[in-house]
Design a protein. Structure first.
Length: 256
């Protein structure tokens, strides 16, 4: 992205219960004490939408590392993201990557995590094939109300859940109204997916268009419709939710 530096909000989603396969893989790893918390870290540009998080996406074709923050706290991201975080004071020792284990994305499917702001509370890890290793942490919070990508990926999975061995009950399509816009109502992602006739996550060209419209309309014309900042503009809400997440320790920021 040229010379532009982007600030991501890194949302800490605590593992509540590992999938059977992740649990198997990690049972041989004695570097993670049984009373420690492992957080899957989702990178987002839209912290104000996190009230509407319904799933957590990983790529089934990537491997994720687990990194030691303290005796009680571990973070999960891609190894690529960890190389970046090591120079942003996220890990305890500057430039040192404290990797203790690795798990494949496909083994993580079905893991239950706590989404800090979500009205849903505990949500499942499901697959998203379009996740790129080259950005963020490789872990994405699903917000089907405001992200056309997230919405169509979830709809698609709900139709053919057994693909990737996904249990139908992991896939959550309770789309919650989080942001209101004069142009597209309070569920802009489903509205745009319908308007642009997007039928599949593979419809890249129209999805890119939808993402751009959703992003700009939400930011410039959106009003918070849920949570403590309901009624405020998205521009105000974004800063307030970001700060609330940082103050509560549920997120940190980093740049790339
Ligand atoms: B956003 P940028 Cl509601 N691969 O968060 C693919 N997508 C990724 C990713 C990866 N490795 N890492 C992060 N992302 C997504 C919320 C959201 C996002 C909404 C609307 C739009 C939106 C909920 N998902 O992003 O290319 C994450 O999804 C539209 C671009 O680095 C993150 O913010 O600018 C955003 O893309 C980062 O994209």
């Amino acid at each position: 992205e040229g010379v532009l530096v982007q600030e991501y909000v890194a949302l800490k989603c605590k593992v509540v219960r590992w999938s059977a396969r992740a649990s198997d893989v990690l049972s041989s790893c004695d570097s993670i004490p049984s009373d420690a918390d492992v957080f899957m870290i989702a990178a987002t540009l839209r912290p104000e939408t996190m009230y509407g998080q319904t799933n957590l996406f990983v790529s089934p074709s990537l491997t994720y590392g687990i990194f030691r923050i303290s005796a009680k706290e571990f973070y999960m991201t891609t190894d690529r993201a960890a190389r970046n975080l090591a120079y942003q004071s996220v890990f305890p020792n500057w430039g040192v990557i404290p990797r203790v284990a690795g798990v494949s994305g496909s083994d993580l499917l079905g893991t239950l995590v706590r989404a800090p702001l979500s009205a849903k509370g505990d949500i499942y890890v499901i697959p998203m094939d379009s996740i790129k290793e080259s950005k963020g942490t490789g872990i994405v919070a699903s917000v089907p109300s405001d992200s056309p990508d997230d919405y169509i990926t979830t709809v698609d999975l709900s139709k053919k859940a057994t693909l990737h061995g996904v249990e139908p009950e992991w896939v959550c399509l309770d789309v919650l109204p989080i942001i209101n816009t004069p142009e597209h109502g309070n569920m802009i992602a489903p509205a745009l997916v319908e308007k642009l006739k997007i039928n599949s996550p593979n419809d890249e060209r129209r999805l890119l268009e939808a993402q751009e419209i959703a992003y700009k309309t939400g930011f410039y014309h959106g009003t918070m419709a849920y949570g403590p900042f309901a009624g405020k503009s998205v521009q105000e809400g974004k800063a307030l939710v970001r700060q609330q997440l940082l103050d509560s320790g549920d997120a940190f920021t980093y740049c790339e």
